[in-house]
Design a protein around this ligand. Structure first.
Ligand code: ADP
Ligand code: MG
Length: 264
């Protein structure tokens, strides 16, 4: 939590820093392009993406396979550099940052959740979360307590010492969410986090991401194909062929205190 207290306010005075409703703009993408390959095998995957993620909001992204969702998430999460355009995280531009600078920003500011969990099978739940804290550079002293708290916050207090093979798919994804949350990054990016889950577990994971997104210091973006998960969203973005073709707020995002979904 201390990291958030130190995080500078989004770009002082900029009209774009503060969105209607008072939420803080945590991430902003301006004219992002991405080209893979060169010459005759050049593929233009992103063709000028403008978007923002606000603190306290869950944004869901939908779009056909191959439309550039994973590529965009990788750029927003500082895993990939864009070919053109600019990314601002908490008001700081990533322009001109080399691989080291980007990796540093990613470690401090971004948590990822993947479809296939990406847990280490030989580590317990708490060890998986601690490993992420280690990567973020958190002190070893409080790593155990912090990892345990992260697992408690996703409803897994009773599974702290379980190995992944003993956990259900839904529980594994909750460990992955705890790992993403550990160290309090300000951006959580989830690439089809419910795709490997049945509808009950998928719903529970979306409910959890919706709860996670209530913290105004944090923005959450999840790629989904499942229309049933849309009720959890504050904002829905549609991407097609490398362009955002629609972005709108949902009804409940404007209402006072988003519809609360039980976290199990
Ligand atoms: P989505 O997640 O929406 O299915 P992706 O972002 O994974 O889409 O991919 C978008 C397009 O970019 C696809 O045509 C894919 O083949 C291509 N692509 C993705 N990564 C690479 C890469 N490293 N090299 C070349 N082409 C790539
Ligand atoms: Mg994808």
């Amino acid at each position: 939590m201390s990291e958030h207290a130190k995080t500078p306010a989004a770009k002082g005075g900029g009209a774009k820093a503060s969105k209607p409703g008072g939420q803080k703009g945590i991430l902003e993408a301006k004219g992002i392009t991405k080209v893979f390959g060169s010459g005759e095998i050049e593929i233009k995957v992103l063709k000028g993406v403008n978007m923002h993620l606000n603190g306290g909001e869950l944004t869901l992204m939908m779009g056909p396979s191959g439309s550039g969702k994973t590529t965009l998430l990788s750029i927003l999460g500082c895993i990939l550099s864009p070919t053109g355009g600019e990314l601002l995280i908490n008001g700081s531009s990533t322009k001109g940052l080399g691989a080291e600078g980007l990796a540093d920003l990613r470690r401090k500011q971004v948590g990822f959740v993947f479809q296939s969990y990406h847990l280490f099978p030989t580590l317990t739940a708490v060890e998986n979360v601690m490993l992420a804290l280690d990567v973020r550079g958190s002190g070893v002293d409080n790593a155990v307590a912090e990892a345990e708290n992260a697992l408690k916050s996703v409803g897994l207090a009773h599974r702290i010492n379980a190995y992944p093979k003993k956990l259900s798919g839904g529980e594994k994804q909750r460990v992955a969410i705890a790992r993403a949350l550990a160290g309090s990054p300000s951006v959580i990016l989830a690439d089809e986090p419910t795709a490997a889950l049945d509808s009950e577990n998928g719903s529970a994971v979306m409910a959890l991401l919706s709860e996670v997104a209530k913290d105004p210091r944090r923005a959450v973006l999840a790629v989904t194909h499942d229309h049933r998960t849309l009720s959890y969203a504050d904002r829905i973005i549609h991407i097609e062929d490398g362009r955002i073709v629609d972005s709108h707020k949902t009804e409940h995002s404007a209402t006072e205190g988003r519809k609360s979904h039980a976290v199990i």
